[in-house]
Write a protein that binds this ligand. Structure first.
Ligand SMILES: [Ca+2]
Length: 496
């Protein structure tokens, strides 16, 4: 650290004292430690909500649209290309590759969430919040990986993996698998609850196709119960909900069947919207609305070619190409919004924010310490969100698949060291079913503002920007010197 002249030292001490007074005054007013409700949709695309698509798909999502109108809606919210990677990034504020979680979880490997990671739950616990997790986690079933081993006091309507496990039983029956094997597989994918930190999961029921219809409603009911319990005790809380929709299979209750006009993917969106509305109503009813930050975000783009047949190409990426699992814009740019009455001005912003940024931003808001013994890739966006500055603090983002850098964003430019191409299936699979094509030494480039569909490569006219691409990659690679990544697991590359 640089030495400062004495007058500057005096200024720093004075500023510190004034800062302490400000913090004390704020705490007395109770305004600096809001409740935080963080809601994560599963595989919802940029063009799936009516507030993003202007209702052109016929149906409306009125409750999320209203939340958007009361808060700040992001049109450049970036994530990682898959459930596990994005959730790891959200929990830790770090590129998922740093915790070996840049592909889907495989239980029994070291690639599940490890104790050494510091999660959002642990941040909130460190400053005295009550914390709870609901629904889908997808960061591993190992004891150290559970939400309740990672800073959350309780975990309701819990499951480890993804909602497609609801289809396994029928598929195994179709394939004449023996009954004991079916029962063993089902037991791995049950719905459970953990009622205390470090507690043992208590199995509630198997996650079947029938229960797939009801789970979103049960998650909402458990979340509402939590809000009522915590407000009755006057406790500050951090509530994190891993919703299940519109991840396939999108089976819904009778109430929502054929309601959207576009089939069950749309019906599922309507149910998701309805259940969000129930939770928002509970916040209002508990009279904590003005003192509660509500964040609603999706974890990644939708499945299109990799969904099951009934839902093929139903998820919408809006104007962008790509889908869950590949590195293109539609995979990593999705819907998101934040509401904090009286603090965050309602509106719409095209400034860049990524899922990693919530970790340092929420830490700043609640006065928690961000770990300084490891690289943190999220940036603190508080000043931008609170309107103290025009621009966000982010201008680049790297996208990984496994241990590979597959795309780099810098300002409005996208760089690709590889190309994603469809598998020769019918239909050709992209997204997590795509193949990756090695480039012969030069990246591909697109201007996402001039060309949202990424149809016109610009390496011929914009090679001046390659230096920025290399700088972003070099800065990340420099951080690996003292903090090497654990080996990334791959189900297709066994050379390491
Ligand atoms: Ca997902």
């Amino acid at each position: 650290m640089r030495d400062h002249p004495p007058c500057f030292q005096w200024f720093r001490v004075t500023a510190l004292v004034l800062g302490l007074i400000a913090v004390t005054a704020g705490s007395a007013a109770g305004a600096d430690k809001p409740n935080v409700v963080l809601m994560l949709a599963d595989n919802l695309g940029y063009g799936d909500l009516s507030v993003y698509n202007d209702g052109i798909r016929g149906y409306r999502t009125p409750r999320i649209d209203r939340l958007a109108s009361e808060g700040l809606r992001f049109t450049q919210f970036l994530v990682e290309p898959g459930c596990t990677p994005s959730r790891a990034a959200l929990q830790t504020g770090r590129y998922s590759v740093r915790s070996g979680l840049s592909l889907v979880i495989v239980p029994g490997t070291p690639n599940t969430l490890q104790s050494r990671e510091v999660t959002l739950g642990e941040l909130f616990k460190s400053v005295g919040y009550s914390t709870a997790y609901f629904g889908k986690w997808h960061l591993g079933p190992e004891p150290q990986s559970l939400a309740t081993a990672q800073g959350y006091d309780e975990w309701r309507i819990g499951f480890y993996g993804t909602s497609d496990v609801a289809q396994y039983e029928q598929d195994m029956l179709r394939n004449k698998m023996p009954a004991p094997m079916i029962e063993a597989v089902k037991a791995n994918y049950s719905i459970f609850e953990v009622t205390e930190p470090g507690g043992k999961p208590e199995i509630l029921r198997p996650y079947t196709t029938e229960y797939r219809k009801r789970i979103e409603g049960d998650i909402a009911t458990a979340a509402i119960d939590y809000i009522e319990r915590k407000t009755a005790k006057g406790e500050r809380f951090f509530m994190h909900i891993g919703w299940t929709r519109p991840h396939f299979p999108n089976l819904v209750t009778e109430e929502f069947e054929n309601k959207s006009g576009i089939g069950r993917y749309g019906d599922s969106l309507l149910e998701h919207d309805y259940q969000i509305g129930r939770v928002l109503d509970a916040i209002e009813k508990a009279s904590i609305e003005d003192d509660t930050i509500v964040i609603w975000i999706s974890d990644n783009g939708p499945t299109r070619t990799t969904a099951n047949l009934e839902e093929l190409n139903m998820g919408s990426t809006g104007p962008f190409t790509g889908e869950l699992g590949d590195g293109r814009e539609g995979s990593i740019r999705t819907a998101g919004m934040i509401k904090w009455p009286g603090r965050i001005e309602p509106g719409v912003s095209n400034e860049m924010i990524s899922i990693h940024d919530f970790f340092p931003t929420l830490a700043r808001i609640i006065g928690a310490d961000v770990p300084d013994d490891r690289p943190i890739d999220g940036v603190d966006q508080t000043d931008w969100l609170l309107g103290r500055q025009e621009e966000s603090n982010r201008e680049s983002l790297i996208t990984f698949v496994g241990d590979r850098i597959v795309a780099v964003r810098w300002k409005q430019l996208r760089f690709y060291p590889v190309s994603f191409v469809p598998q020769p299936t019918n239909p050709g699979m992209m997204g997590y079913g795509a193949a990756m094509l090695e480039h012969a030494g030069y990246p591909n480039m697109f201007n996402i503002e001039a060309d949202p569909r990424e149809e016109r490569p610009i390496i011929d006219s914009a090679a001046w920007a390659v230096g920025e691409y290399l700088r972003v990659v070099a800065e990340y690679r420099a951080s690996l010197k003292d903090h090497p990544n654990p080996p990334a697991f791959s189900m297709t590359d066994f050379r390491r």
